[in-house]
Design a protein around this ligand. Structure first.
Ligand code: ATP
Length: 137
């Protein structure tokens, strides 16, 4: 089955939303295959966010992702990559549609980086790459 990497970012964990977020993904029918709570390292984040290196939000994004524990999970299922991104909603939590994780739980906190609760892989290639980064080959 297709797999995707899901992260509950530090804002989601610190606000006590991890269970609610994971419950939505499970309720949609995707199968939890891996799950852990950890504080990321800079090394892992540099690999994970390699495509954003050099962008204005890159350093603030890494600082934010290092600011507290995250949940890393692998979910499996038919078209789970698209399905999770649909559940997550648009990147900007202020304008993400109601009914989505970001739309229901997120807003602009007035900081320089978007604290948008979750990450989901955007393609099968990204998913395999990111699962390797967070869970090993
Ligand atoms: P994700 O990959 O986290 O699911 P995404 O695919 O919607 O979200 P990307 O474009 O891959 O977003 O950016 C990765 C993350 O970087 C975003 O989730 C957000 O936290 C942050 N980010 C992206 N664009 C901006 C921006 N213009 N300003 C601040 N932060 C940003």
């Amino acid at each position: 089955a297709e797999r995707t990497l899901v992260l509950v970012k530090p804002d989601g964990v610190s606000r006590g939303l991890a269970g609610a977020i994971l419950a939505r993904v499970e309720a949609k029918g995707y199968q939890l295959a891996e799950l852990k709570l950890l504080t990321a390292t800079r090394e892992v984040l540099e690999q994970h966010y390699a495509e954003h290196e050099g962008k204005p939000f890159y350093e603030p994004l890494l600082e934010f992702m290092l600011s507290g524990p995250v949940i890393a999970a692998v979910f499996e299922g038919e078209r789970v990559i698209e399905g999770f991104r649909s559940l997550a909603g648009a990147t900007d939590p202020t304008t993400a549609a109601p009914g989505t994780i970001r739309g229901d739980f997120g807003r602009d906190w007035g900081l320089k980086v978007q604290q948008n609760l979750v990450h989901g892989s955007d393609s099968p290639e990204s998913a395999e790459r990111e699962i390797g980064i967070w869970f090993g080959a």
